[in-house]
Every structure is written in C-alpha cells, then in structure tokens.
Design a protein around this ligand. Structure first.
Ligand SMILES: Cc1ncc(COP(=O)(O)O)c(C=O)c1O
Length: 321
C-alpha cells in the first residue's frame, strides 16, 4: 500500500523531503497573484517487465521551462535533471504502477529592496515536485460536456501556451458551471467564439472523413498528448489531423469528439449541450486513438519508445501482484 500523502517524499527547493514537512509562508507571492507555472506528467506501468515508464517527461520539463520564461521564473534545474529527480521521487515513494507527477514553480518572496506589490522581477523562485498514484479517471464509455459561458482567457491577456497557475481560475469557473449543470466537463470557446479546449484537455473533432483540432492560434495550451495523438494517427491510420479554427456548431455535427490530456488521457465525448455526438457512443477513430495511446504510454509501441523514460524499478518477469 502506498504511503499517506504527507509521508510521501517530495522534491522541494533542491532537496528530497517529506511532503508533510514542507512549510510555505502565507506571504508566498504565487499564492497571492497566481504567478506560478506547473506541469502534469504521468508514469505508466510498463506492459512488460515490471518497470514504470514516464511519458514524454523531457517534453513536459521543456514546456515547464518555457512557462517559466513567460513569467520570469528562475528554474535552476534543466529538463534532464528534472527527469532524473522525478525518477528518484517515484522510486523513493515506491509508486509502482500508474503515477501522476506535479511539478510547480512559483514566485516566492520579495528580494531585499523590492517594494511590496504585484510584479515578476525582484521576487525569488521556489520549485516543488510531488507524486501521487493515479489510474484512469476518464470514463471509457464517454463523458457529457457543456459549452461554457466562460470564455478561455486569450493569449493577448495571459499567455495561453504557458501552464500558468493563475489562469486556472478561469478553468475552475468553467468546470464549476458545467458540473452544476450536470455535465462532466466544460468545452471553452475563445474570445472569438470558436472552440478552444476543455477544462484541462484539448479537443478533437472527427467528421466527413477528417480529424481536426483547434490550432495554437485558438488560445489553447498545445498539449503534449495532443501532439502524440497527431503523430499516432499519422503513423497508424495514415490520417493527417488538420489544425484549424473549429466552430461551435461543428461540435453538434461531428461524428466523434474526443479530449486529450495527461490527466484524462483520451476520453470520448458522447454528448454536448444535451445532444448526442454522432450516435452517442465512442466512435472508431476515438477507440483507435485510445488503444494506440495506451500501447505507446506502456512501452508496447516500438515506433514511439522514445516517449518512454524507464523509472528504474527492478525488472521482474512475473505479472504484478
Ligand atoms: C488547459 C489545458 N489544455 C490542455 C491540456 C492538455 O495538455 P497535455 O496533453 O500536455 O497534458 C491541459 C493539461 O495539461 C490543460 O490544462
């Protein structure tokens, strides 16, 4: 059985410490102003051999660095070092199986001479990484979404391609509205009224024999799962995903809609605003993508093995207990 969250090892300010021993001051700037950035990374139980495999770990830490640049956060560890730290954290916590990794980098305290107030410069940076066991939470049979009345914050107001903590108040409002109305998740439009993304996932639309997804100019976070799916569809189904503006009405005429994200992985959307998507059941492209993604994530796809970083648990040949 895995340890209680406060007893688990965390990485905080360059050291491995028990999560319960971390103390953050109430003056933490990132807490007040949302001036932090984060990532969500998964490790999967390998299909064979008994190890776990981080999925696209290096790419996640490269995106974390890009987000840090946007907010002038000074992250003193490179992507390769952070991958190593993450492996060690999972090993220390003996989190064999499917795991979620949450690195967060945030503005901490005003440096001497910096006046009180909201700012980026003159504020120190803190970094913490925690891990937790996490299996599938996306519903394989499909989820019901509502189109949110809250528009996605545009890149002209807050960089959409950065994973900025403060921006998630926008997503939380959309989720709150959607779940209060009985939906599983929200699909958010951008300021232009075209489809942006779901609360923590990208949107794909299948119709008239083609697969489309809103492009980076639609105020999306360009997801790493999204990129993997574009690659998998090209390699395994010879389907080229079109990155383009997707209009709201296309959601109602699509044969299939599915979401992609590290947390939810690949999840079919079978109903939007009370209307069935296609015939109201997960369609063939969604099913193909789900299976291809699971194979790739668990190291069973030789073509995409470069996406997998072994954690380094001792290799066993017998099935896991
Ligand atoms: C707003 C938003 N869009 C899209 C995604 C999907 O990104 P990824 O596939 O890299 O997890 C996420 C999750 O990280 C997200 O928070």
């Amino acid at each position: 059985m895995s340890a209680a969250p406060h007893e688990r090892w965390a990485f905080h300010q360059g050291e491995f410490v028990r999560a319960g021993d971390i103390r953050l001051g109430v003056g933490t700037q990132g807490l007040h102003y949302g001036t932090g950035v984060f990532e969500g990374i998964r490790a999967y139980a390998a299909a064979e051999g008994g190890d776990s495999l981080l999925f696209k770990a290096r790419e996640h830490y490269e995106r974390l660095h890009a987000s840090c640049r946007l907010l002038r956060l000074d992250l003193p560890f490179g992507p390769a070092e952070l991958v190593e730290v993450t492996r060690e954290l999972i090993l220390r916590n003996r989190l064999l199986g499917d795991v979620y990794v949450r690195p967060v980098v945030y503005k901490q305290a005003l440096e001497p001479g910096t006046p009180f107030g909201v700012r980026l410069s003159g504020v120190s940076t803190a970094v913490s990484i925690v891990t937790l066991p996490m299996g599938d939470y996306g519903k394989a049979g499909g989820i019901r979404c509502g189109v949110s009345s809250w528009r996605r914050v545009p890149d002209a107001s807050l960089p959409a391609r950065g994973k900025i903590t403060g921006a998630y108040a926008n997503n939380a409002l959309a989720v709150e509205e959607a779940t209060a109305a009985g939906y599983d998740d929200a699909i958010m439009l951008n300021q232009r009224g075209t489809v942006a993304e779901a609360s923590t996932a990208n949107v794909f639309v299948v119709g008239s024999g083609s697969v489309s997804t809103p492009g980076p100019d639609s105020d999306i976070l360009p997801g790493l799962t999204r990129a993997a799916v574009i690659r998998l569809l090209a390699d395994q189904a010879e389907l080229t995903v079109v990155e383009r503006t997707v209009q709201r009405s296309e959601l109602h005429l699509a044969d299939e809609v599915f979401l992609t994200g590290t947390g939810c992985q690949i999840v079919p959307v079978t109903e939007i605003d009370g209307r069935p998507v296609g015939d109201g059941t997960p369609g063939p492209v969604t099913t193909l993508v789900r299976e291809a993604y699971q194979r790739a994530a668990r190291g069973a796809d030789p073509v995409h093995r470069h996406w997998n970083t072994p954690v380094g648990f001792p290799v066993r040949t017998a099935a896991r207990g």
